[in-house]
Design a protein around this ligand. Sequence first.
Ligand code: F6P
Length: 486
Amino acid sequence: MQPYTSRMELPENSPLVVFANREPYIHVHSPEGVEVRRPASGLVSALEPVLQNRGGLWIAHGSGSADAEHCDSDGRLDVPPDAPRYQLKRVWLSPSERRAYYDGFSNEALWPLFHIAHHQPIFRKGDWDAYVRVNERFARSLSQESPRPAPTILVQDFHLALVPRILRSDLGLQGAIPRIGLVWHIPWVPADLYRICPWSADILIGILGADLVTFHTQSYCNNFLECCERLLECRVDRDRQSVTYQGHETRIRAVPIGIDPAPVIGHSPPELRTYVQQRFGIRPEILALGVDRLDYTKGIPERLQAIERFLEQNPVYLGRFSFLQIASPSRTDVPAYREFAQTVRAEADRINSRFMPRLSPGDTLPIHIESTHHEWESIAVLYQAADLCLVTSLHDGMNLVAKEYVWSKRDGSGALILSRFAGASTELQEAFLVNPYDIEDIADTMRTVLATDKDVKRARMLRLRERVSSNTAQSWADEVLETLAA
Ligand code: F6P
């Protein structure tokens, strides 16, 4: 296998290395043989085109049941498997490490800590110890290779907060000082909420090994600066937007992530209706759509209750309106996620049973939940078919579904109902913004959207498309890398 190369102009031809917990290609055993799966991950869909364009190395947890059979003894393989453009290196974790580092510390402690969705974080010392160990394993999978020239490193997200400091010290000792950026894809909370974490200072110290830390909004940056100021002995410079800890300065910047605005393959309205009918067995006059991982931060039960309220108040839509929720299973080993999946199913059944007696034969049920993973191609068609899309996360770092929906509406049709507490709302101002906790607000907004003149909605959607096309995954990566190189 060839060593990884980068085609991008990085300082001193420094190769690009991405660290992320999630791998972009997962080999799994299935009854049909080995399948290569793409995960339901906004991070992967944004970063993958960047690696495909620039080349480089992606270091991730090898989580698939057939992963080990599809790489060399070093965990490396060329990807995409059918037309290689860059390399993936898989890091192996034991089942107990995965449980403690991923299910435990990442998803039961940090995830609820940073998403104010009123789920109490669970802090276990054993999970923290595993998190430290796994972060070391990730960092050393690169530093043990003594890479030359010093790479440009982009560490992704809350799973790997300690990697920047470990890399800085390991690679520094080898005399190859790398440039390290950390991209934080979820929200960052104010200090009073953050400091309940028993290891709050250790996490900050780990992160401050980076030269640059980016968040998706300025308010997350401000929260992070406040946490450093209050919890560490360091110098916070608000004008420069930087933190200096033990003589090393880390710049903090808001760089909102975008999507890859690939050309949209258009389908005619009759084709779209036929697709929805054949694939999902429904043929509503008005199709509303939700596309989320089954995660309690996404506000799905509140969304269903808002639909119930909307139909209560506007019975004229009964039988004509359907809400289709694509709900990809996620983090199913975490009890809170399993309970959440049951709650969503029970809410949908309750609401459907309530309205069923008022439907005529041939009418469509109000709510359809599809809790299986759907490939991008299928979701792209659904986006085009949907008259409105509900993105009502209780709290979300960015939310790329909102941007993907807008981009799919190349004719300017449709409408986006968007949570004020999703990072995307700072950019997508022409969306119909709602408080996702306020069921009346969502229900009223649905009514408003359906009553709004088509041309008015089209103008809003076209403006949103301009915004999405002017801030893409590629321009996001360029800005992060340029800022890092500066
Ligand atoms: O939003 C945070 C995030 O880690 C994303 O980066 C990713 O798209 C999503 O959660 C999926 O999570 P997981 O990798 O745990 O399935």
